[in-house]
Design a protein. Structure first.
Length: 398
């Protein structure tokens, strides 16, 4: 216990000494959490400074082994680091799919060569990853994917298309599923590949969303050559790797609500209610709003604790399973309720799109509410998650 308290004290002192001041302030207009990558720009230089000092300690991936650039912290130490960052309202130094999706899969299933090639650049924020799963004819039925990969010497040659590829236009590498054997049952002929987005023959087209942004993209492959040593797991056994990664993805999407208020980056519902419905000191006057805020807060705490238990289980060697569908369904529905609540609190000021009369925060609330509608589609629709829960968790008949 004494060692843990010492770690907490030293961690707090280090954070106070090294965290730039603006990392505990709300996001400025047009600013977002640091995603890293070759194309990253840092209008606020302190964002890059914060990333660099945290990456130097491995604290962008605090529980990853030190030999791959991580912090090597125990679960309890990582929890304390998170608590101290939250207490100081510090935003994450890095947030991307490398940390939340492909990194954990490589740690578990990647070759030593792939771990040493890809994990340290993820920790340092040098490489940004995107996911190549869905296709125009393979969304919910992902195993029907048709993007082909034909072995030619030491390379696979890729032809086909992916869709809904989040941030493909800003990413450096993609982890993707390809069909390497069309003559076997569909789930048995799929391979999991890692591909440099700068490879000749790769092209990307953003898709405009209702929120006005274009984080999703179409990605096309025309005779793209990928070294065969970039296979994760076994050839034609990519479905096993894919399911493992989906567990991490769904847990990540489930925790999307925790992005609210991180480091003071975004206002929380209670902060908005005090600002728009009362004052910063008084009790929120509307009892219905108080009840809705309380319910959302309680539901978030329950989800956080459940995700923490699942994380502990994963650290103990239990791979994410069907329970990730519960997390994904509950977390996305909770985030949609939260966004609806925020729009309700802000009222007419949450109906703006652009122009005078609205703050940048109010416009962000509007667009984030619209964007949240996609949470129950991405990573597997809510309907698919309910089917998985019914069959694999509850054991209900078809």
């Amino acid at each position: 216990m004494a060692d843990i308290e010492k770690f907490r004290r030293e961690t707090r002192e280090w954070l106070l000494a090294n965290a730039p001041k603006s990392m505990s302030a709300p996001l400025a207009e047009g600013e977002e959490l640091a995603w890293g990558g070759r194309q990253a720009t840092y209008p606020n230089p302190e964002v890059k400074q914060w990333l660099e000092v945290m990456a130097a300690r491995g604290w962008t991936a605090p529980t990853w082994p030190k030999e791959y650039g991580g912090g090597g912290l125990s679960r309890e130490e990582a929890r304390i680091l998170g608590e101290e960052m939250a207490a100081l309202r510090l935003r994450p130094p890095l947030f991307n799919f490398g940390l939340t999706m492909i990194g954990p899969v490589l740690l578990e299933m990647g070759s030593e060569e792939l771990k040493r090639q890809h994990l340290p650049p993820i920790v340092r924020g040098e490489i940004r990853w995107c996911q190549g799963y869905s296709e125009p004819g393979a969304g919910s039925d992902l195993a029907s994917l048709q993007t082909r990969a034909v072995l030619d010497g030491d390379h696979y040659v890729l032809d086909g298309q992916k869709v809904w590829t989040s941030h493909a236009d800003l990413s450096d590498w993609m982890f993707l599923l390809v069909r390497t054997d069309p003559n076997v049952p569909k789930q048995q002929g799929i391979t999991f590949l890692l591909m440099d987005m700068a490879s000749p023959g790769v092209s990307v087209k953003p898709i405009l969303l209702i929120s006005g942004s274009s984080p999703f993209c179409e990605t096309f492959f025309d005779n793209v050559r990928v070294p065969r040593n970039q296979v994760v797991g076994k050839v034609n056994d990519g479905w096993t790797v894919a399911k493992r990664l989906l567990g991490h993805e769904r847990a990540m999407i489930a925790s999307i609500g925790k992005q609210l208020g991180l480091g003071g980056a975004m206002a929380t519902p209670i902060e908005l209610a005090r600002r728009y419905l009362g004052d910063d000191e008084a009790r929120i006057p509307d009892p219905v709003v108080r009840d809705r805020i309380t319910q959302v807060s309680m539901d978030q705490l329950c989800l956080d604790w459940t995700l923490a238990r699942a994380h502990d289980s994963a650290k103990a060697g239990h791979a994410p399973g069907a329970e990730s569908s519960i997390f994904k369904y509950y977390g996305t529905e909770l985030n949609k309720r939260r966004r609806e609540l925020m729009v309700s609190i802000v009222g007419p000021q949450a109906l703006g799109w652009e122009g005078d009369g609205f703050t940048s925060e109010e416009l962000t609330i509007t667009r984030d509410w619209l964007r949240s509608r996609g949470n129950s589609i991405e990573g597997g629709t809510s309907e698919i998650q309910l089917n998985i829960i019914a069959k694999r968790v509850l054991g209900l008949p078809d």
